[in-house]
Structures are given as structure tokens and as C-alpha cells.
Design a protein around this ligand. Structure first.
Ligand code: SF4
Length: 165
């Protein structure tokens, strides 16, 4: 089971291509100007079966090219999302994940579940939202401090490699 705050069948603004989006409940980052304030509550939304979320995702194939985890804070539900991530990847979909943590915070976390989830993500959009840095924010990010990171390349090269769009 996992708690989700919302679901979009097909979105064009949460990563490259047409994507299904899973919004996870709960977030502690408390960014000033958060657009999803109600989703900060860990009790917001619905308790659902992970398999049911996956079935809903599958119902959008082949229209979608990938899935995006957003929130809320996906890495605070890392254990559940790692299970869903495996299912998503098993049918050839790519995986983006938005997080208020930085890549480095996740990579050096004491919480093994967070690191396991990070390894399953293709593209990580990291960092807290900063309402003072929205003007020059590139596509797919909320504020210009956030990075769009190629996780596999970053792990391989042991440095942050950003995606060139
Ligand atoms: S990380 Fe996202 S959901 Fe959490 S407070 Fe910041 S903007 Fe809101």
C-alpha cells in the first residue's frame, strides 16, 4: 500500500514526452511558495494498492513514454516507490522523479531505501523550490536552483551530470 495525493494520466509538463504522474502524499521541506501545499500532509489523499497504481499507469501505454514521481516528497515514500519503479521499468517506461532533497543528500543518506530508489530513477529533478528564482527557470523545473540530473551518468562519473534538453 502507499498514500498518493493525486494522479495524472497524461501530462506534458512533468518531464520530457507524454507522462503519467504519481503525486505522493507528505513533504517536510516546507518551501516558501509551495504550489502543492495540501500535499505536504502525510495523511492527505488516498491509501492505494501499489498494483492498482501500476494498472492505471499501464492503461496509458502506449500513449505515454514515461512516468514521473512528484509530490509531496517522493523520497519520503522511497520503499513503496522502489516497488512501483521496478514495475514501471519492467514495461520499458522511463522514470523521472522530482524531489526537494538534493542529489548529494540522497546519495549520502543514512536511509538505504532512498538510495535504492535513486538507483532506479532515470532523471532526478532536485532541490527545494525557491520562489525568488522562478524567472529564469528552465523548462520542467520550478526554480533555477533545481537541476535536471541524469542519474545513471552521474553515478558512473561520480559527479552531477545534468541533462541537456
Ligand atoms: S518539496 Fe515540493 S511539495 Fe515539498 S514543500 Fe517544496 S515545493 Fe512543496
Amino acid at each position: 500500500m502507499m498514500r498518493i495525493a493525486g494522479f495524472l494520466d497524461n501530462s506534458l509538463v512533468n518531464g520530457v514526452g507524454i507522462r503519467s504522474v504519481v503525486f505522493v502524499s507528505g513533504c517536510n521541506h516546507n518551501c516558501d511558495g509551495c504550489h502543492n501545499k495540501e500535499m505536504q500532509d502525510y495523511n492527505y489523499g488516498d491509501e492505494v494498492e501499489i498494483d492498482d497504481v501500476f494498472e492505471r499507469i499501464k492503461s496509458n501505454v502506449p500513449l505515454i513514454s514515461g512516468v514521473t514521481f512528484s509530490g509531496g516528497e517522493p523520497f519520503d515514500s522511497a520503499k513503496e516507490l522502489a516497488i512501483l519503479a521496478d514495475k514501471v521499468k519492467s514495461i520499458g517506461l522511463n522514470l523521472w522523479c522530482y524531489t526537494g532533497y538534493t542529489y548529494e543528500e540522497i546519495l549520502h543518506s543514512d536511509d538505504e531505501a532512498k538510495i535504492i530508489l535513486l538507483n532506479k530513477v532515470d532523471v532526478l529533478v532536485d532541490g527545494k523550490f525557491d520562489k525568488n528564482l522562478t524567472e529564469d527557470a528552465p523548462k520542467y523545473v520550478g526554480s533555477s536552483n533545481q537541476r535536471i540530473i541524469d542519474v545513471e551518468k552521474s553515478m558512473y562519473e561520480k559527479r552531477v551530470v545534468e541533462v541537456i534538453l
